[in-house]
Design a protein around this ligand. Structure first.
Ligand code: ADP
Ligand code: TYD
Length: 208
């Protein structure tokens, strides 16, 4: 693939959306072709799946159904948006990717390795080139989310769930050291943005 695929991972409220916005501005200013997308969502079909997943009325959703819905949303996004963009040489910034399913459904819900299997089927060999893990205590992330207003079904989960998700991310950052960039997300928005810009600029220069 000619493009560069960068995912952003971390607990809810870790600052992914903020950093993707700032990095998109930076890449655009440098004249680079860049596309940002989010999960679950990013295509009309995937946005409909997102509504089902995050709806607070769907409290009875079975863990396996939840995992499959995330994977379905991802399969559509990869096929319709991410792969074509990478083939055209675009830098794709994804607000979450498969690691979110491993952390939230695999570790958080306790579904284990089946989550990896269904996602490998969904994404057909696509892995991020770089993953920025915005590492923040999930309790800090939750406070930021609650300050913003009504929490969705996942954000409303108990801290025991979010702590398991966080442990999952720490494990993933150990397993995938080659693509993981761990960032202390308790730092200021501008400090974090500068770290990310420096890393991406270096990666782009290396590949040129
Ligand atoms: P995410 O997409 O990971 O849920 P957001 O970028 O939406 O996170 O940020 C959640 C909230 O926290 C927003 O109100 C945002 O302004 C704030 N925020 C983001 N990054 C930081 C930071 N480094 N320090 C303090 N607050 C932050
Ligand atoms: P998102 O909108 O990125 O939430 P936030 O901005 O608060 O981080 O993601 C929606 C929620 O879905 C979030 O709580 C994380 C969860 N999620 C999973 O449980 N599994 C997944 O595979 C993905 C992509 C997200």
């Amino acid at each position: 693939m000619k493009g560069l695929f960068i995912s952003f991972e971390g607990p809810d409220g870790s600052g992914k959306t903020t950093q993707i916005r700032l990095l998109t501005e930076h890449c655009t200013q440098k004249g680079l072709k860049v596309l940002s997308t989010r999960e679950p969502g990013g295509t009309p079909i995937s946005e409909k799946i997102r509504e089902i997943i995050l709806d607070n009325r769907n409290k009875e959703m079975a863990p396996a159904a939840e995992a499959l819905l995330y994977a379905a949303s991802r399969a559509q996004l990869v096929d319709q948006v991410i792969k074509p963009a990478l083939q055209e040489g675009t830098i794709v910034l994804s607000d979450r990717f498969m690691d979110s399913s491993i952390a939230y459904q695999g570790y958080g819900r306790g579904l284990g390795d089946g989550v990896r299997v269904i996602n490998e089927f969904a994404i057909q060999d696509l892995q991020p080139d770089l993953t920025f893990f915005l590492n923040v205590d999930p309790a800090v992330g939750k406070k930021r989310v609650l300050a913003e207003g009504a929490p969705d079904r996942m954000e409303s989960e108990a801290m025991t769930f979010h702590n398991k998700v966080y442990q999952g991310y720490l494990e993933l950052s150990r397993i995938y050291q080659d693509r993981y960039v761990v960032i202390d997300a308790a730092r200021s928005i501008e400090e974090i943005a500068e770290l990310i810009r420096t890393r991406v600029d270096a990666y782009v220069a290396e590949r040129a």
